[in-house]
Ligand binder design. Structure first.
Ligand code: ASP
Ligand code: MG
Length: 470
């Protein structure tokens, strides 16, 4: 189970973790915790402002206070657990201060960013572990930089599963497979280490990923294959449409890994997009559940191999985007034009969200998000390659994504387009890769809301939980 920052915010929240522990009393449990809310941001900002002593002192005091406040709230004073937590916070914060002086001396190398941002999880998870012990549970703390071995990509590390498995085998399996023991593991989310021992992080929101990496390891080397991952969140699960467009929020109860990856990529930041990679091939189910409602029987999201292929799962959007079109009378059979476009985008670190070219090869359109629009146009204009024979045009647009296996049917597409025609929403470009359960439609920004509403209205019977009104 992974507990995010909002599950660790006050005494009530900690009490709820005890409730959850009791609800799942018959299962062996591994808990992964995130930093307290806002702490990772604060740590990163502190690392960036090392030259401003006033800022540093203020931030460290704030970070310290946030942790001490919780400690005061959840422990009785002068108990061993209370003392240990205070000592732990003290010791970690003085390490942090040393790290910040190093940054001042050597600059904010990628390694230091990860090192500094690792303190959030190392503080919160230790406190959680002490808390569970204070409530009479048997529980051990593991800092994941001793457990998850990763490559050297600071800030976005990828696990070496073999090396990680070997450690899980030594540190977790003997206890968790001992039928006489009922030990909970409290493991820091978000962090790992590379082979030579430097702390790495798995990317923002990476604690979800920590949970799935560990689940996969246990699956691979343990003898019990009945494993599930539960991510406790402050929402019921994944929603089919952002409630800002369609007020009644509609939960997706079942979807498969592929569908979930599509939705996680576009949708609200409920799920770390990489975390499914770890469990997909093992078919380990993942539940997204509301922390405020741990006994909920129906309304939560399960990502597993089980899905209803006759359903649209969700509609998501990219609101702020630019479509750029490169046209020439003679792009036909001129190899290398696409290579050139994407090379320029790559060189400028611009991610392309959408590509369309018909087989007439006269023009190619692609979409980039947000401020990358201007950057991309500038970059193209600067290249000699595109200066003479090519016309470059662009326009601010939005994208509507419709996700679900049902999108592979012709009839679904026919319904979508006739719905859009009713509201006169013009589709400027479309794209769907072979076998991809996601159709992307580029529309005018002014038509975005109309487009979503009418698709939702006309195709409501194709969604799992929509109530259709005539
Ligand atoms: N604390 C990290 C972050 O804020 C990881 C996480 O919350 O999952 O990105
Ligand atoms: Mg988080």
């Amino acid at each position: 189970m992974k507990f995010g920052g909002s599950c660790l915010k006050d005494a009530d929240a900690f009490e709820k973790i005890v409730q959850i522990t009791k609800i799942y009393k018959n299962a062996k449990k591994i808990y992964v915790a995130s930093a307290f809310k806002g702490i990772t941001d604060m740590l990163l900002n502190t690392a960036k402002s090392v030259n401003d002593n006033k800022d540093i002192n203020r931030n460290i005091t704030l970070i310290e206070k946030k942790h001490l406040d919780i400690i005061e709230e959840i422990f009785q004073q002068d108990t061993d657990h209370y003392d240990r937590c205070k000592e732990w916070v003290d010791a970690r914060l003085s390490e942090l201060e040393d790290g910040l002086s190093d940054i001042e001396e050597f600059g904010l190398e990628p390694y230091y960013r990860d090192y500094v941002s690792s303190f959030g999880e190392r503080l919160s998870t230790y406190i959680l572990n002490q808390y569970l012990q204070s409530k009479g549970f048997e529980s051990v703390f593991i800092s994941a930089n001793n457990l998850i071995i990763t490559d050297d990509k600071f800030n976005n590390a990828y696990p070496h599963y073999d090396l990680t498995n070997a450690r899980v085998k030594r540190q977790i399996i003997p206890l968790i497979e001992n039928p006489k023991k009922d030990t909970i593991f409290c493991i820091t989310g978000f962090i790992g280490r590379n082979k030579i021992g430097y702390i790495t992080t798995l990317g923002r929101g990476g604690s979800d990923y920590t949970a799935t990496i560990i689940a996969r390891s246990i699956y691979d080397i343990g003898s019990d294959k009945d494993i599930r991952v539960i991510l406790w969140k402050d929402v019921d699960g994944l929603l089919a449409i952002n409630p800002k467009y369609v007020p009644e929020s509609i939960l997706i109860r079942n979807l498969d890994y592929e569908e979930a990856k599509q939705i996680a990529n576009f949708g609200a930041k409920v799920l770390h997009p990489k975390c499914l990679e770890a469990i997909e091939k093992r078919n380990i189910p993942l539940e997204i559940r509301n922390f405020d409602n741990p006994l909920e029987k129906e309304n939560y999201t399960t990502i597993s191999e089980i899905t209803n292929k006759q359903q649209i799962k969700g509609i998501s959007t990219i609101e702020d985007a630019t479509i750029i079109t490169i046209t020439s009378g003679s792009m036909v059979d001129v190899p290398g034009v696409l290579a050139k476009i994407f090379q320029i985008m790559g060189k400028n670190n611009i991610s392309v969200s959408f590509v369309a070219q018909s087989s007439s090869e006269i023009s190619t359109s692609f979409v980039v998000k947000g401020n990358d629009g201007e950057k991309a146009i500038e970059a193209l204009k600067k290249e000699n390659f595109f200066s003479e024979f090519y016309e470059i045009t662009w326009e601010k647009v939005s994208i509507i994504n419709i996700t679900g296996l049902k999108i592979l049917d012709n009839t679904t597409k026919a319904e979508i387009f006739s719905a859009l025609a009713k509201k006169d929403v013009k589709v400027k470009a479309i794209s769907q890769s072979k076998d991809e359960f996601n159709l992307s439609l580029v529309v005018d920004r002014d038509h975005l809301l109309d487009g979503i509403m009418i698709i939702h209205e006309d195709l409501c019977a194709d969604f799992e939980m929509f109530e259709c009104v005539d």
